[in-house]
Design a protein around this ligand. Structure first.
Ligand SMILES: [Zn+2]
Length: 150
């Protein structure tokens, strides 16, 4: 990873840095932005109307299948040079925190170790009732799995 000399010098003096990221960093990996993703079967829905706990309570099957579709879009993507550059900062700075709006998990895949995912992670689902994690094997399309605890 090559950093500009002035940036490299500043990074070497830093003790803790934070990187804020959003859809732009993952677009290069082929992940459409939240709103641009609405195509095909989902073109008639507004993403904002599907991505809320209220939407899930109103229509769990539709929201579950929308997330399954989004997971399918993300399944084959890999971290790009942007994710890798941010992860490489950990070799220069004692502490690097990544704060992201993205749910794709690509910062973690790239090797960043301190990642705050503001909107969660599309691969980690929680029971809407008790908050316990759902098993990853249960993430297929169809109807949402029953929680083994509720
Ligand atoms: Zn539960």
């Amino acid at each position: 990873m090559q950093f500009a000399p002035e940036l490299l010098e500043r990074l070497r003096r830093a003790r803790h840095i934070a990187a804020f990221t959003g859809a732009g960093v993952s677009a290069e990996s082929g992940i459409p932005t939240f709103r641009d993703a609405q195509t095909g079967l989902w073109a008639n829905y507004r993403a904002e109307d599907l991505a809320t706990p209220e939407a899930f309570r109103r229509d769990p099957s539709t929201v579950w299948n929308w997330y399954a579709w989004r997971r399918d879009l993300m399944r084959a993507v890999k971290p790009n040079p942007g994710h890798l550059a941010i992860a490489a900062l950990e070799r220069l700075v004692p502490r690097v925190t990544v704060i992201t709006q993205n749910v794709d998990g690509l910062h973690l895949q790239a090797g960043s170790s301190d990642v705050i995912e503001l909107h969660g992670n599309i691969w980690h689902n929680l029971c809407a009732n008790c908050g316990r994690p759902a098993a990853e094997a249960e993430l297929d399309a169809g109807t949402p799995p029953a929680c083994p605890h509720c």
